[in-house]
Ligand binder design. Sequence first.
Ligand code: NAD
Length: 488
Amino acid sequence: MTQAQLSDRFRLQHAASRAEGAASAQERRGRLETLKALVLERREAFARAIDADFGARSAMETGLLEVTPLIRSLDHARAHLGRWMRDERRSVDLMFQPSRAWIRHEPLGVVGVIAPWNYPLLLALGPTIDALAAGNRVMIKPSELTPAFGALLEAAVAERFDPAVLTVVNGGVDTAQAFSRLAFDHLVFTGSTRVGREVMRAASENLTPVTLELGGKSPAVVAPDYPLDKAARSIAFGKFLNAGQTCIAPDYALVPAGQVRAFAEAVLDQARRAYPTLQDNPDYSGVISDRHRVRLREAVAAARAAGAEVLEHPDAGDGNTGKIAPTLVLNPPTDGLLMQEEIFGPVLPVIGYDSLDEALAFVAARPRPLALYGFTNQTRTRDRILGSGLSGGVTLNGTMLHIAQNDLPFGGVGPSGLGAYHGPEGFKRFSHARAVYDVGPVNAFERLGAAVGRGGGPASARGPAVSGPIGGDEKGRNPAVPPFPFGP
Ligand code: NAD
């Protein structure tokens, strides 16, 4: 897509957003229904396209982790839209009564969505659902690393939607950069922290507000009281789905020092049960690109060279396939690649701790993560984990499932993100809370002001005198209050 075509698409939406009033609840529900029909109708084609883009991506995972959450979120938005759209009555200070104040939730206008490759369908349409529910028009830019998916989404959307309401633009990084320079009313970016900075810089030129959904190293802390096997099962589930290419996958695990090896073996055992074979197994996803495969192999090799023990799934292949086997790295050096950068692959460092306080301090001393996983059955320990430092969200005694709660906001904090969406927070994120004040039949404040201006107001309304007799000067005027220019 050329720069001129991109600008034309934007201008079309922008002009429509300014010319036409806010979409009614009925129109918004209609758009959400159309989107639902599109996803359901094309779900198998989407799964095939994503499989082609990844080299191997389980259709089951696309169904479970992308299609199902989208449908649940569409249904949730349609069911709650009426309540979210309702005006919010606000109280009025005594000196302004009788009158009324309220908030109208108005669409912002045109929302841009830049999506990553790891869950291309969910992360393109997830923010779109909330933005459409809030009455906006939306432009989506899928990742250049999922070209088959991007082409399919563009065609499917063009078939069902007026481009003045929803449109998809495909292209390389240059298109993504040009996209981030458009004067959107809001821009949602999901991707790496590094690119997030560039997107925010570009958006600042137009004073476009951004929501940044970024990544980071999300820790799993297993407290001494929690059964090791149960924690291993949940952490293996979160780590090996989509071969670890999940923004909220547990990045590393902290376990009591004496249990590092037992825990690593238990996680590997879970991986073997879930994926008895890897290379010929369509349910075990490939790693998206050579660059990422090389990155992961080098990080593990560096930890091994530094003396860390490495456990690997037996079907690791010859290193020339698109798949990386589930890999456990025991106590890698904390200054190595594995513990310095987001892993984003099926490699789990396991680090032993001597006391829970030490483990929590380890987490708190690092950049605030997108997710935190705490495993304990004790209320006090749970509260210690929750109170030890911030993360975008938390799942207790499990992994990843806070993202699936439609009524909870989803987002990061600090380097893991800015702003949140999903459910009511998503609706508000893409709405302007417009303050409306209706003076009503009697403008008591103006009358009071006029009386003060003439020096005839009640002493209590004149305010404190700056100098002179109490309540004002010799004529009753208060020098702190300028004469009020309007009569009653
Ligand atoms: P990425 O940052 O490389 O790319 C994301 C998108 O940005 C792509 O569509 C790309 O075209 C576009 N892009 C690239 N350069 C750009 C630029 N200079 N200006 C504007 N846009 C540009 O990320 P990725 O590799 O696709 O995804 C992996 C990262 O995303 C990981 O860090 C992961 O944790 C994060 N992530 C976060 C969430 C979340 O919800 N918080 C979800 C999924 C992935």
